[in-house]
Design a protein around this ligand. Sequence first.
Ligand code: PLP
Length: 365
Amino acid sequence: MTPTIPLMRPKLPDREALEPYLVEIDKNRWYSNSGPLERRFQARLAEYFDIDSRQLVCVSNGTQALSISLKTVSRSPVGYCLLPSFTFAATPHAAVGAGLEPYFLDVDKENWALNPKTVEAALKDLDVPVAAVMPVAPFGAPFNIEEWDEFQRVTGVPVVIDAAAGFDTASAGLSPVMISLHATKAMGIGEGGLILCRDNNLAEQIRAARNFGFLGERVAEIPGMNAKLSEYGAAVGLAALDGWSESRAQLCQIATDYLDVFEGIDRLRFAPGFDRNNAVTTCNVAFQDPVASQIIDALREEGIETRRWWNRGCHREPVFAGCQRTSLDSTEYLADRVVGLPFHIDLGKSEIERIRDAVMHVIAR
Ligand SMILES: Cc1ncc(COP(=O)(O)O)c(C=O)c1O
């Protein structure tokens, strides 16, 4: 059955908004390799994040961005990358892409993320070589970059932050922070990503790592690959930035409608960071009881599409099932309770009410 309320309906800049940038590309005949549009996109983004433009690197997608960042910061080219199991498969795939073994840690039940103090304590018990830690800011939740910079200072273990959905909340620190520009994200351009990093030297190395490790001349000096953003990607990015305040307001309005319609229901709570003033593109809800499967089935019957965005944790994905891990009690707890409800700018309040009624039908049983 085709869902009458789809989970997601991304909206990227339309043809009219793209036109002036495409005309420029035709004129420039410069299609990739740090072209003029990409440099402009970089400068505008740096202004948005309030950093020097050298501290922002545009990349071809978020997964590659994580991989090249890990390759650049890792103390050793082999070893373990500590990361949460409660994340999208891209996070451990990126670790493997950087030549590291994923090692899954448990998240905090309250904020769904790794806690730097818990990871610091875990390091003392782990009898394996740890090359890096990759915390995830879940579903665009804010994170405290200073705490992770401090973690790196105290432990000496490099950190790369996966803030894939964090365009509206992320801030730059000394450790690289990745933001995805995938079509499903708030500032979507199709495929693309960003790295923020206040350490100029590290940012320069990451910029080189996305271009075959060429530091100055066309000589491969450090590990790298091709992870550059094309001029066409930058064109969509510039057009998306032109429309950002409007699309941001639309996303915040849908979050506001959800919070209003679900107000007073106490057997569920919204994802950390889901609020009226944070532009995200998913609406994850944690139920008090382990009813995720029932909710998904019941809403499907009503024509409402839902998703466990992160399945049941990456340790349950076949390709990562053999990876080492600590106990993952909170991850299992969340896997039984967290469901992604429909979220897109076409959702009307009456549809959100329909979603609420279908949810209530299950939790009020
Ligand atoms: C938590 C997380 N990390 C990494 C990624 C990968 O980003 P990209 O799709 O740009 O490669 C995603 C994408 O959705 C994600 O949700």
